[in-house]
Design a protein around this ligand. Structure first.
Ligand code: BGC
Length: 693
């Protein structure tokens, strides 16, 4: 019965909510009318979280109410792995796992689940997704984000946002912008040129605004080219608003540094409280003529027109008909967990044959459900977390699974086991925001893997992390390596299905796995370039900075340019089958190209392949990366069968950002269109003359 009610809600809910949750003229006018009735003090209440002495909304996750005018308190909660803040809820695979699925539908399903979970709890604004680009493995928050490629990140974000917002909940894309390291995040200036910013670091935000109609944007802690993001009119006004963004710009928590900077930059709401944008400061700045009241009105309008567009001025956010532990959310968490893991090495150990009767599972992450820490952490629902050991134990007949204490391994037993699975990696204490992480696995895990593999070569390593780790100490000694990321409450179920062969792995790397920190061309540009000077808010020139000297040649885009080869390229991932690519055709359509090709499963098990489309400019006057990802499609193919895949490349795929006109420019010329299974495994290609007579 409960289940039926949920389904009924979902059917009704979707059609009712997805009708038009957008800012329109009516919403703008109603917001303006309300603002005209507000006192200065009320307006200043709206533009920051928590008021001193406020016992009700003291959690720092509310837009404050103005009850006199019927403006309710609006609750926010963190994502992106689920709904956090004073609640236990469904725990989904983390961002890097969604990107590794290379499956738009999977991102949409997680968004849908989070939207439902939010409605069930009365949360109107979800503080996700995070889309900061992966520059090196060290960033403590890579796990929350979508990898190194702007197109993959944009597509993943777009579908995740649509999933949330279709449930009538506002999504918040964060952290705008260039927050690509956690070390000294309040103090460091990310310095990059305009083309690099537009081609690599802006696209996910821009697509979320232009195509995803995202409701909120959160600024970042860092400075961008010398000015803090929350106080940066170039970011907020000249870019974000110029893309047509009419929603709410909020600061990250305590990422404000001066009153005038916040009032003047275009920031709408300061979180979690009014350190800078408060009534007292407003009065002083207004009296001295430094700011104008219309600037404050504009902020209030942005907030209210968004709240109005989502219906929250008139209707409650909380939907009692959705259970907090929702069937659909759980199913979506499992669906996503099945597609994220990436198998990087397999010398035949996987899938675990039934003949390998005795399997030993050990390691720090073998019998817990690890998760990344900080604001992205989760408090799961009691009884819902499935550990890797639990998942393997449930495989049933044919498998005898034993959990071993990794701190006291019994090497005699290990020697005799059919297979050994070591679950290693990071967790919420070792990979989290406000700190960068080590490249090496923590806590002596390298030594553990090496000694276990020495005792039994039939060893598979399962790594939980937000990105690349140093595998050199043991990769040649083990037979299999699977990157599990942080795979949510159903991670154990999904990994057991993958390791046992019930499901073939189908994740692909969403970043370049260099094999060493130093091989990554961004590495020398990751650390602070300028020594610390004295810091004051007024003297930005004193801030330390990181120069993004690799420019547009980030990740796989730098392979050719810098002459470096990675251990595993972008888009790489093994399966339990093989695919053949054939019959590429390229037809001009609407200024772009319709590609069609055939993928044949030449192996023995049904598996999904991720077909990737990269373009190469052959005679460009403008310097470009040798390979740029412009399309991808994930298709499931039964053994011996073929599927025809279509990918559309719009004209915009052949453009670059021109710094003199401050716009994207379509580049006519010769291109090679490459179709392949990774950035280094091109199976089909065709040369075309784009935009030439
Ligand atoms: C994080 C944000 C988060 C906020 C609220 C900050 O520390 O950077 O991503 O949404 O806290 O928890």
């Amino acid at each position: 019965m409960k289940q039926l009610m949920t389904i009924a809600f979902l059917l009704l809910g979707v059609s009712a909510l997805s009708a038009q949750p957008r800012i329109d003229q009516k919403a703008r006018e109603r917001a303006a009318e309300l603002v005209s009735q507000m006192t200065l003090e009320e307006k200043c209440t709206l533009i920051h979280g928590v008021k001193d002495g406020d016992a009700v909304y003291e959690d720092g996750f509310h837009i404050q109410p103005v009850l006199r005018l019927g403006i309710p308190a609006i609750r926010m909660a963190d994502g992106p792995q689920g709904v956090r803040n004073k609640t236990n809820s469904t725990y989904y695979p983390c961002g890097i796992s969604l990107a590794a699925s290379w499956n738009r539908e999977v991102a949409g399903k997680v968004g849908e689940g989070i939207g439902l979970d939010a409605r069930a709890r009365g949360v109107a604004i979800m503080l996700c997704p995070g889309v900061n680009i992966y520059r090196t493995a060290l960033c403590g928050r890579n796990f929350e984000y979508y990898g190194e490629d702007p197109y993959l990140a944009s597509e993943t974000a777009l579908h995740y946002i649509e999933g949330i917002q279709d449930k009538g909940v506002m999504a918040t894309i964060k952290h705008f912008a260039l927050n690509n390291q956690e070390f000294d995040r309040h103090g460091v200036s990310s310095n990059a040129d305009e083309r690099t910013i537009n081609e690599i670091y802006f696209p996910a935000f821009r697509k979320a605004v232009e195509e995803g109609d995202v409701a909120c944007v959160m600024t970042s802690y860092n400075l961008v080219n010398g000015t803090h993001a929350s106080e940066n009119p170039w970011l907020i006004r000249d870019n974000l608003r110029a893309w047509g963004f009419e929603g709410i710009v909020m600061s990250d928590w305590t990422s404000t540094y001066s009153a005038i900077g916040c009032f003047g930059s275009g920031l709408d709401i300061e979180m979690p409280r009014g350190y800078a944008m408060n009534y007292e400061n407003a009065k002083v700045l207004l009296e001295s003529g430094v700011i104008e009241e219309s600037w404050i009105d504009e902020k209030c309008r942005h907030i209210l027109q968004t709240v109005i567009a989502y219906g929250f001025l008139d209707n409650p956010v909380k939907d009692e008909s959705i259970p907090e532990d929702c069937d659909i959310s759980r199913a979506n968490a499992l669906a996503a967990a099945l597609e994220g893991p990436v198998m990087l090495k397999n010398e035949g150990l996987l899938p675990l044959k039934k003949s390998r009767k005795s399997i030993i599972v050990l390691g720090p992450n073998a019998d817990i459900v690890p998760y990344g820490g900080g604001s992205g952490r989760m408090d799961p629902i009691e009884g819902r977390n499935v550990t890797l050991y639990a998942g393997l134990s449930r495989l049933g007949k044919g498998y005898k699974v034993e959990l071993m204490d990794w701190k006291a391994p019994d090497y005699e037993k290990i020697r005799k086991a059919g297979a050994v699975i070591i679950a290693v990696g990071f967790n919420h204490d070792t990979e989290l925001e406000n700190a960068d992480r080590t490249y090496s696995l923590p806590d002596g895990q390298d030594a553990l893997i090496a000694s276990v593999a020495e005792a039994n070569p039939h060893t598979a390593v399962v790594v939980y992390s937000g990105g690349e780790v140093d595998v050199r100490p043991w990769i040649d000694k083990v037979e299999a390596l699977v990157m599990a990321w942080y795979s949510g409450q159903e991670g154990g179920t999904a990994l057991a299905q993958i390791l046992s062969g019930k499901v073939s792995p189908s994740g692909r790397l969403p970043f370049t796995f260099w094999g060493s920190l130093e091989a990554n061309p961004a590495y020398p540009n990751y650390f602070i370039s300028k020594p610390y000077g004295q810091r004051t808010a007024k003297r930005y020139s004193q801030y330390p900075f990181v120069e993004y000297n690799e420019g547009i040649f980030l990740g796989y885009r730098g392979m050719e340019h810098f002459g470096v080869k990675p251990m595993f390229p972008l888009g790489y991932g093994l399966t339990y089958t093989d695919f053949a690519y054939s019959d590429l055709s390229v037809k001009a359509l609407d200024g772009g190209y319709e590609l069609s090709f055939v993928i044949t499963n030449t192996g023995k098990v049904t598996t999904s392949e991720v077909a990737q489309v990269y373009i190469t400019a052959l005679d460009s006057a403008v310097i470009k990366a040798d390979m740029e990802l412009k399309g991808y499609e994930k298709v499931t193919v039964a053994p011996g069968k073929s599927e025809t895949v279509s990918v559309f490349l719009p004209a915009s795929a052949f453009s670059h950002y021109d710094v003199s006109s401050h716009a994207w420019v379509n580049d006519a010329g010769k291109y090679r269109v490459n179709v392949g299974a990774s950035a280094l495994d091109i199976r089909l290609f065709r040369e075309i003359s784009h935009g030439e007579e």
